[in-house]
Design a protein around this ligand. Structure first.
Ligand SMILES: NC(=O)c1ccc[n+]([C@@H]2O[C@H](COP(=O)([O-])OP(=O)(O)OC[C@H]3O[C@@H](n4cnc5c(N)ncnc54)[C@H](O)[C@@H]3O)[C@@H](O)[C@H]2O)c1
Length: 388
């Protein structure tokens, strides 16, 4: 820790106070101002819907689309994003669209929403397909970002068998498509493949400590087999693959009902309810802001590195510190309530990002403080519009 980085107690007493106003990498054309991105989820102008006193809502058609970079047809990729209407997927779509590519989103809207990509519907570079990845899908594409999978415990435990099918059959279908079209394939795997880790921080070489029959197994083991499938297609069928192991990520467009720590605390604070912590609150987590993750995913897709790569923030805080910080930022006068610990909930989770630094020249740039502020603003906007 350097002198300019005093020890921090909470996410709002940050070590890194630098305000990030540009994201991306000019070398691959993903660089863009934060203002351009913010306009998509925190628009300065009026909302595209009006809530009337009689309980109805009027949606206005958009006349112009957000500007995108001009790319010659020879450089323009045709990119399939499965799960592109979800939280991570929609931000990835925004950036790929900005870069000037053609983007096809495939989603069954289980946890995602059309509203997350609404600003692109009708754009000549954009297509939205309602489809379940468990069923085969044929299309000509040059890159596949395979995200489709419920990602939060309440969602993936809602129908565990379907979660396993989505991970296994969905990944087989998308790898089959990559094989047929010779598309580059990127799997969004997860830090959950490390389970309740006995090694800290977790390196990509760590094989994990996963309970194969617990309530989280449908997701954890589903992603582990998705990784196995990915490398089987690489060895057996020469598919060009990338695997991102994503650690906790937060930001605007997170589902308010996803039961994840950040969205739970923000929703409870906005509603004036006690903030609930499972366990004693001493368990630590590290959270990365969504735009850092999107930078990492696009870099990984565009670099020639095929081994799994951790993408996450290394700044650790206890859950209790997060709760206090969010409570203060929302200015809610509510207590913190401790509940029994959830089964198989890891006590510690922190990525080792040496690989990402070395092979992608990537590391998180956003402070948790800056990310939290935007996320709280977005949740407040949703609440004000009556959307949550
Ligand atoms: N957000 C995180 O912190 C995090 C952490 C680790 C890994 N990931 C991974 O990133 C990816 C995206 O996560 P997210 O946070 O955006 O979750 P999300 O739930 O917001 O998005 C998932 C998307 O996939 C769609 N989907 C689910 N099942 C589908 C199916 N059978 N067919 C078609 N579409 C389907 C959903 O409707 C949704 O739009 C997931 O693969 C997840 O495992 C996310």
């Amino acid at each position: 820790m350097t002198k300019s980085e005093p020890p921090s107690e909470r996410p709002d007493q940050q070590r890194n106070e630098t305000y990030v106003d540009h994201v991306g990498d000019p070398a691959i054309g993903s660089d863009v101002s934060l203002e351009w991105l913010r306009d998509l989820y925190l628009p300065k102008t009026n909302s595209d819907r009006t809530f009337l006193d009689d309980g109805t809502v009027v949606y206005q058609a958009q006349r112009t689309y957000p500007p995108v970079r001009q790319l010659s047809p020879g450089k323009r990729e045709r990119i399939l994003v499965t799960g592109g209407a979800g939280f991570v997927g929609s931000h990835l779509v925004d950036r790929l669209m900005w870069m000037g590519h053609e983007v096809i989103v495939l989603d069954n809207f289980f946890t995602g929403s059309k509203r997350n990509v609404q600003h692109w519907i009708g754009h000549p570079h954009f297509e939205l397909v309602s489809h379940d990845v468990v069923d085969p899908f044929m299309i000509e594409v040059s890159q596949i970002y395979h995200l489709a999978c419920p990602a939060s415990p309440p969602h993936y435990q809602y129908n565990p068998t379907k979660t396993v099918k989505t991970s296994v059959m969905g990944t087989i279908n998308m790898l089959g498509l990559a094989k047929r079209t010779k598309a580059r394939f990127l799997l969004t795997s997860t830090s959950e493949v490390y389970g309740d880790p006995e090694e800290h921080p977790q390196k990509e070489t760590y094989w994990g400590h996963v309970n194969p029959i617990g309530p989280r197994a449908c997701y954890d083991e589903g992603k582990r087999i998705a990784e196995t499938l990915t490398y089987s297609y690489m060895r057996q069928n020469d598919v060009d693959v990338r695997v991102a192991r994503i650690f906790n990520t937060f930001g605007p467009r997170m589902s308010p009902a996803d039961g994840r720590v950040v969205s739970n605390f923000i929703m409870q604070a906005i509603r004036g309810e006690p903030l609930t912590i499972y366990g004693n609150g001493d368990q630590t987590r590290s959270f990365q802001y969504i735009h850092d993750l999107v930078d990492g995913l696009i870099l990984l897709m565009n670099k020639p590195y095929t081994e799994p790569v951790n993408l996450g923030n290394t700044e650790e805080y206890t859950i209790k510190e997060f709760a206090e910080s969010i409570r203060d930022k929302v200015d809610a006068k509510v207590p913190i309530k401790l509940l029994p610990a959830a089964m198989d909930d890891p006590k510690k989770r922190k990525p080792d990002i040496t690989r990402a630094k070395r092979y992608l020249n990537w590391q998180p740039r956003f402070s948790v403080r800056q990310g939290l502020q935007e996320t709280i603003d977005w949740f407040k906007l949703q609440a004000a519009e009556g959307a949550i």
